[in-house]
Design a binder for this molecule. Sequence first.
Ligand code: CTP
Ligand SMILES: C[C@](O)(CO)[C@H](O)COP(=O)(O)O
Length: 249
Amino acid sequence: MRADAPRSSAPVVAVILAAGLGVRFDTDNPKQLFKVGGKPIVAWSIEAFEANPGVTDILLVVNDKVRSPIEAIVAENAYPKVRMVITGGAERADSTEAALQTLAEAGIPSDAKVLIHDAVRPFVSQESITGCIEALDGFKAVTVAVPSTDTILYAHDLGDRKVVRDVPDRADMFRAQTPQAFRFDTLRLAYAKAASDPEFHPTDDTRVVVDYLPDVPVAIVAGSETNLKITLASDIPIAEWMARSFQGK
Ligand SMILES: Nc1ccn([C@@H]2O[C@H](COP(=O)(O)OP(=O)(O)OP(=O)(O)O)[C@@H](O)[C@H]2O)c(=O)n1
Ligand SMILES: C[C@](O)(CO)[C@H](O)COP(=O)(O)O
């Protein structure tokens, strides 16, 4: 990250989280390296942010198992925006925290725009990425999301069963996707506050802001059903179909 470069506007840093173990997929076949349309899933994600003119820098977060192959992908493609490949942590939030620490040490400005993206969402749209970048001119936190087409049930435990506690209005129900984007100082403050609770295990970054900076609205940016998160092996056939349609095959 060129913290010292003269700039007319804040840097826009894409943090691509690729440090997961893929337990629900296949730990012996890391899903971030799985090829769809002949290209590793992580490469699709990197290239989406490389292609977006608003993104200035990319930071990759990996684990020891995928570091070498991902570094090889970066070298082979000579991605101009990729600045660093760092090691993440045990949970997704730990990987975000590792990225925030790296960005702080790199001296990026407090108003930098930081977009956190799941590497295993290979088909993120340019509209969603640009939507996040632009929305951060009016908000300190934004997240890509799609309206739920299913009715959402809020459940709790009753003995060994889940029972329905509430059925929220579907019109207000969204499924979070990524990128989730923040002004750098906002996300750092939220994570600093969250660090006081070792039992806090958020599954995304938006919740950290919602829970610890409740006065900061998190704006929703339109996602898409093609912004699929590769989680299970059963996601691969649709991802392969999407890749072919993106490639015009
Ligand atoms: N400690 C972690 C956990 C997840 N991720 C990343 O966050 C994204 C979403 O996580 P998920 O789909 O849950 O990936 P895994 O954690 O690998 O999957 P699982 O829960 O099945 O192990 C992925 O790109 C994953 O690589 C990460 O960077 N660091
Ligand atoms: C961040 C996220 O993609 C929003 O839907 C999701 O929470 C990631 O969950 P995962 O269990 O880390 O895949």
